[in-house]
Write a protein that binds this ligand. Structure first.
Ligand code: KIV
Ligand code: ZN
Length: 555
């Protein structure tokens, strides 16, 4: 901030709440969810959604499992009004979904809202007026607390009258003291109870009292104190559903909602991916997936998060940031080597579907929300050996011996460093094949034949031609297996200047024509050790080619 500007600001007053209980609480069940994408989210867009975009988003919200959807502010414009009529007239509202409509506590707006809702089977009329001292002074020209309370009570009275004659429509009432987050708690309570007195809620048909953090002025613990204070002081608590509606001005909207649930709230309003005024509304997907990650059922289905994101981005023209929880492009990606190694180990140790999730750095299994493992590890010059090995294994079926991984990783990172960017999986595979597989720089096999019959029992003979430094030479060797026979052949040609230290082979998973891969470690003069790889449809020849690769790489 600019120098001397701090004098403009004051600490936010704490809530007097002896023996607050929320710090010891845990979240054990999901709240009632209400999406406000089509109202709060929509009103925050540079280009608000048209009817077909709103409908597409509405249908997505229904598929996800929302049973309460605030579809608009029908008295605010003809477009909003027509959208509600479209849903009603074209019978687009599933029988278990309640349409919610927002209205300010003003007579003509309330009447117009009821016109929009004519014929809807079940609805929530959401009445609001602003209550904070700041709003009373600045927006309402110094209105008193009593005057502000009366606005709410008059609004509720009219809604009650109109509801009585709205035959066939089941109407629930929601009241929001807008700007609750900086309203005096006793006044918010007095206003809400004034509305309750008019409406007469019952335990079967409770009133929804929505307590918005219209602006997030302070830390989430204070929000939790405000909610707990309200829950403990409101009369007839069993006739009230306490609802949260957080915004994200300080970047802690999710935390505020979660602490608000600990503090006793029953219901949560928010939007997909947090679209909404300024820094946004609460991201409902994050809160629901946070609960899923603790094993809680939420009633919301985010098993195909990328598909939800696609619809959301197309309809709203907003972009989900790369680091956005659960949905961002990079959130299941590890660049750092030590993270990659740990993730690979965790993935390898998984015990099958349904087993407890325990992979370092990943709070959930990406597959559970429609993300893919391929995106987990990406390689740049900061990456570790595990990441490269993971990709070669998972994507291309090469199960590199552990001691070979540093050598391969080192070469791949040099390439990433030289290019100064992240490598694609294909580039990693190409580099591995160019550098380590069937390498024929100085020595290459021109011809190879293996004979099991004409030698002493238990031995095999290999023979053929090889090219060495431009010269073609015949070779022949005997040994207790193809590798040893070839080592013998090289010895007879005076080309054995190494010790063979390790040999492994496997079928290449998903490889074409059931290729085999073999890996050989040779130790040359001065103790220099290198791995080479051979790939061939014959497992024997794969081994010999691995030996030739390692021989060439020793030079
Ligand atoms: O943020 C807010 O206070 C609102 C109200 C209208 C509920 O969106
Ligand atoms: Zn809002």
């Amino acid at each position: 901030m600019k120098a001397n500007s701090l004098s403009k600001y004051r600490p936010f007053p704490p809530v007097e709440l002896a023996d607050r209980r929320w710090p010891d609480a845990t979240i054990t069940r999901a709240p009632v969810w209400c999406s406000v994408d089509l109202r709060d989210g929509n009103q925050a867009l540079a280009i608000p959604m048209n009817a077909s975009q709103k409908l597409e988003l509405f249908e997505l919200l229904v598929r996800i499992g929302f049973k309460q959807i605030e579809v608009g502010f029908p008295s605010a414009s003809d477009t909003e009004f027509e959208f509600v009529r479209k849903l009603v007239d074209e019978r687009l509202i599933p029988s278990d979904v309640q349409l919610q409509c927002l209205v300010q506590a003003r007579e003509h707006l309330i009447r117009r809202t009821f016109e929009a809702l004519e014929g809807v089977p079940r609805t929530i009329v959401h009445l609001y007026n602003s209550t904070s001292p700041l709003q009373r002074r600045v927006t309402f020209g110094g209105a008193s607390r009593g005057e502000i309370r009366d606005i709410a009570v008059r609004g509720a009275t009219l809604i009650k009258e109109l509801a009585a004659s709205a035959g066939g429509t089941e109407i629930d009432l929601q009241y929001s003291p807008e700007s609750f987050s900086d309203t005096e708690l006793d006044f918010a309570l007095e206003t809400c109870e004034g509305v309750m007195d008019v409406w007469g809620p019952t335990a079967e048909r409770p009133i929804i009292l929505n307590l918005p953090a219209t602006v997030e002025w302070t830390t989430p613990n204070v929000h939790a104190d405000q909610i707990e204070w309200f829950c403990r002081n409101v009369k007839d608590r069993d006739r009230v559903q306490v609802s949260l509606h957080t915004h994200n001005d300080r970047g802690t909207g999710t935390a505020a909602t979660e602490l608000g649930l600990l503090a006793g709230a029953d219901r949560v309003e928010g939007t997909l991916f947090g679209n909404g005024e300024r820094t946004g509304n609460l991201d409902i997907a994050t809160v629901a997936l946070n609960m899923n990650s603790h094993g809680l059922e939420t009633g919301l289905d985010f098993s195909d998060l990328p598909a939800a994101r696609e619809v959301y981005e197309r309809c709203t023209r907003m972009a989900v940031p790369e680091r956005h929880p659960y949905a961002g492009d990079l959130v299941f990606t590890a660049f750092s080597g030590s993270h990659q190694d740990a993730i690979k180990k965790g993935m390898d140790l998984r015990e099958g579907a349904g087993a407890r999730w325990a992979v370092p750095y990943l709070t959930v299994d990406p597959e559970d929300i429609g993300r893919t493992y391929e995106a987990i590890i990406r390689i740049n010059s900061q990456s570790g050996k595990g990441g490269v090995a993971y990709i070669l294994d998972r994507e291309y079926g090469f199960d590199l011996p552990k001691p070979m991984q540093p050598q391969v990783g080192g070469r791949i990172y040099q390439l990433a460093d030289r290019l100064g960017r992240e490598l694609t999986n294909a580039e990693i595979h190409d580099a591995f094949r160019d550098e380590f597989v069937n390498v024929e720089r100085h020595l290459s096999l021109a011809d190879y034949e293996l004979d099991h019959h004409d030698v002493r029992k238990g031995n095999v003979r290999c023979r053929g031609k090889l090219a060495h430094s431009g010269e073609t030479r015949e070779y022949s060797g005997v040994g207790n297996g193809p590798i040893n026979a070839f080592v013998h052949a090289l010895e007879t040609l005076g080309l054995k200047d190494f010790n063979l230290k390790d040999y492994r082979s496997h079928a290449v998973k998903g490889g074409s024509d059931a290729d085999s891969a073999a890996y050989i470690l040779l130790e040359g003069e001065g103790g220099k050790a290198v791995w080479g790889c051979g790939v061939d449809s014959s497992i024997e020849l794969a081994g010999v080619k691995a030996l030739v690769s390692a021989w060439n790489l020793l030079r």
